[in-house]
Design a protein around this ligand. Sequence first.
Ligand code: GLN
Length: 482
Amino acid sequence: MLHRKGLLELSSMLESREVCAADIARSYIEHIPSMNSRINAYITFEPEKLLAEAADSDRRRASGSALSQFDGIPVAVKDNINTEGMRTTCASRILENFVPPFSATVIEKMKQKGLIIAGKTNMDEFAMGSSTENSCFGPTKNPYNMECVPGGSSGGSAAAVSAFMAPAALGSDTGGSIRQPAAFCGVTGIKPTYGRVSRYGLVAYASSLDQIGTFGRSVDDTAALLEIISGHDTRDSTSINREVDIKQSALTGNVKGIKLGVPAEYFNAIDPEIKSIIENKIEELKKLGAEIIPINLRYTQYAIPVYYLIATAEASSNLARYDGVKYGYRSPDTKDLASLYLKSRSQGFGKEVKRRIIIGTFSLSSGYYDAYYVKALKGRTLLINDFKEAFSRVDAIISPVTTTTAFKIGQMSSDPLQMYMSDILTISANLAGIPGISVPAGLDKSGLPVGLQLMGNHFMEQKILEVAKAVESTCENISPSL
Ligand code: GLN
């Protein structure tokens, strides 16, 4: 049953020599294949590699040279984070057989602490989506209800942690892709401040919004992994040179005197059950000493168009590199360079990715640039100002993560606009570059998890983790019955 233990639990068992890394690896190797055949959380799982690295770790610990208290623990990694020697597909045909020659900075940082890559997790192609249905490897299922989506785009990571296929995981969040699947799968997920974690080696979707973050079954595990991957990196020019002030061991869950803003706009058109669960949690935080302050984030209604213009514009530029020449899929039946580009891209990309490249190219085209792209940038500034004003009055903002609990597989896939609308409560944090966390708040009547979101000002991760820990302390432990 070692696979059911969390990151910190495994760490103390390893440190006390109660178990060795090989025991942990074997537990996952026994559990993952059958569970994955039902959930489809992993795209790549290599048991031999896992065992070999666990054996290396055990040798290090035996000789007194363990790299950290976490040495030997496997962690799942979203398949848009480059891992040297292990394929990184972005769940796309165009990168189906791509094995990167280098590792992302976050992977190097994990390795420096002795953490092992458990495998690469399923996602929406190039992180475009909110359900993990846009994957060339098929959809991931929600561990709480196999007919439902796990959320997306980091649905594989969230489902892997939820279904005990990893103690913790890495994901990426451009518009909610960590927080929304965390909410749907009943786990904790944090998107850090833009610039807190290096994006070097993360396959780019929308570079001004993308950020790598972490999942765990507890706030402490989520924080501990974030602490490991955070920090300045000269290889990412948007990485910020500032001391890592996230400290899992200092978290107490004390919210006395903390000012929590409740934005009216984030409680409109919310499923009534979610609304009442979140409102109850707000009451409980009040009892624990938090001060509750009503606030407004007036431009929230523009967040969807602003985000989908900026994200697609950046994506159309970033995805130009997949041309069938440099790497990735190349169409076999081409006669000249133009048809090589055309066919490789037509055959390699999925429908949603093509839709976004077309929207982005259109909004950046000379005739429409000012009307769409520049206008969206102005809207982004208004959203940023909303948060600036809010954070002059409050320490953190509390809200739901999603307007509904996990929806059925196929329910929204024919209506992309409806799918885009479902991101309304998460995308503003990316546009403003601020940190956001989703922490489980309970289950709805049908037994599906509900997430609670906390957003903080830039670099206030420790504060939102602190409040998240308080929320966690008021909840019963939830887990799927698998
Ligand atoms: N659902 C949003 C999108 O499709 C967010 C995705 C993400 O955060 N990567 O763009």
